[in-house]
Design a protein around this ligand. Structure first.
Ligand code: PFF
Length: 450
């Protein structure tokens, strides 16, 4: 296994892993969840979960990858022959997320191009988004473009593709995020939004908000999908693992917080402080925000900058999804990288088409009252991901034992948070994961209203 690719430096690894973590989850999902579940309170819970569960599970996954130098299926099998199936679940999640993530990535390219070419006035119309995603051909073409961009990077491999792309895209993403956030919080009337986002309102506490924050944490940190195992397998033994995890978390929470600053104050300024404007759910970024940009000065510039940064965030995440699948295909079927990458990209395009058409000509076709894209999101994030995470905790805590992981971490780190790690993996994380799983399945079956 000594010819396995490697990141050339710890910085390269951190940027790539942070690139995976920072994505649509931070910029599109986090602000609307924060808006829905009480602003500051949600933020507080989110950060708490990141530094506890998030820290434990991310450390475990990266250590598994680095220890075994293998992609998920091989990694679990190497640690214990009977448990390779956990790797199968993890790889399956990445394989199923990639297609629909690319559909949304395609929408982002469309918005970026529309703003850049000065056509933004159309994006402010009520029907723009729904009629665009309902059309049968156009979104699929943008989706193909998004997959091709991802493929171009993955084809080039770990050092020349993923690491290089992350080193360019991530700094640009940070700079643009800071600029757009400053623009947003300095709009007249935006301060109310800043307060809403930062000051916790404990009267809005609910079990649902806790579960939403937990679920968001898993999704946002790209956990339980084989990604951190795959990237960990390219990490050098001498690179400080614990510190890397801290830095990745800092990036991820930092960009989520910046996204909150970009979106929530701008919407407040636009609506004259009416909180109802925040309740657009998933439409907040594609429907409400373009309206906000259109009423403000410099809309072409700010809108293009915003959608470019979202595009970069989405790209680095889809690169990680594709890489996790490609590296599994290479390892399991002994296929060379180029063939495996093309195969995975073609599959992602084909499997993504139903997710795209489900918003239009196939919208009648529903399972559990969900269209295809929502169904894929549900199966991966609400069902398979918690199952994978739960099995990972049980596997580490009770099958191979925590010490195996701690020893790997200690090769390069002091492992100051070892106690937190152990308690989380063995006791607290499994209980919370079961709670997420049960509530999300019951609510999808209509047995519980969230
Ligand atoms: N963490 C990414 C985000 O926040 O958008 C999304 C993601 C990437 C989820 C990779 C899952 C994954 F495997």
């Amino acid at each position: 296994m000594n010819n396995r690719s490697e990141f050339s430096s710890k910085l390269g690894f951190v940027l790539a892993a942070a690139g995976s973590a920072v994505g649509l989850g931070n910029i599109w999902r986090f602000p609307y969840l924060a808006a829905k579940y009480g602003g500051g309170l949600f933020l507080l819970m989110y950060v708490f979960f990141v530094v506890t569960f998030g820290f434990a599970i991310m450390t475990a996954e990266i250590a598994i990858g680095r220890k075994t130098q293998l992609s998920p299926i091989g990694a679990y099998t190497a640690l214990n022959k009977k448990y390779g199936f956990i790797g199968v679940i993890a790889s399956l999640v990445a394989f199923l997320i990639l297609p629909y993530y690319s559909v949304i990535g395609g929408w982002v390219i469309k918005y970026f191009v529309t703003f850049l070419t000065g056509g933004q006035a159309s994006t402010a119309q009520d029907t723009f988004f729904t009629s665009f995603i309902a059309s049968p051909i156009e979104p699929v073409l943008w989706q193909i473009l998004f997959v091709l961009a991802t493929l171009a990077v993955v084809l080039k491999g770990v050092k020349d593709g993923i690491e290089k792309a992350s080193k360019i895209l991530m700094p640009v993403l940070i700079v643009l995020s800071v600029v757009v956030a400053i623009y947003s919080i300095t709009l007249p009337g935006a301060m109310e939004g800043v307060k809403y986002f930062l000051i916790p309102d404990f009267s809005r506490f609910s079990i649902q908000s806790v579960l939403a924050a937990l679920g968001q944490m898993f999704y946002s940190l790209s956990l339980a999908m084989g990604i951190m195992i795959t990237y960990g397998s390219y990490l050098k033994k001498e690179d400080d693992l614990e510190k890397s995890v801290k830095q990745i978390e800092l990036f991820d929470s930092g960009i989520a917080i910046l996204a909150g600053f970009m979106v929530i104050p701008a919407v407040f300024a636009f609506s004259g402080g009416d909180e109802a404007a925040l309740n657009a759910g998933p439409g907040l970024m594609f429907v409400t925000l373009p309206k906000v940009f259109n009423t403000m000065g410099m809309s072409t510039l700010v809108g293009s900058a915003f959608f470019l940064l979202v595009l970069f965030a989405a790209l680095t995440s889809s690169i990680s999804l594709m890489e996790a699948v490609v590296s599994t295909v290479c390892d399991q079927f002994k296929l060379e990288r180029k063939k495996a990458s093309i195969l995975v990209a073609v599959t992602a395009v084909i499997l993504g088409i139903p997710s795209s058409l489900g918003n239009g000509i196939w919208s009648e076709f529903k399972i559990l009252n969900m269209n295809f894209l929502d169904l894929m999101d549900f199966i991966t994030n609400a069902v398979l991901m918690p199952i994978g995470a739960l099995l990972t905790c049980i596997f580490i805590g009770y099958v191979i034992k925590v010490k195996v992981i701690s020893d790997e971490v200690k090769i390069s780190s002091k492992f100051k948070r070892e106690k937190v790690f152990t308690v989380m993996i063995k006791y607290i994380a499994p209980m919370c994961i079961v709670a997420i799983l049960v509530t999300s399945v019951l609510s999808a079956l209509g047995l519980l209203t969230l």
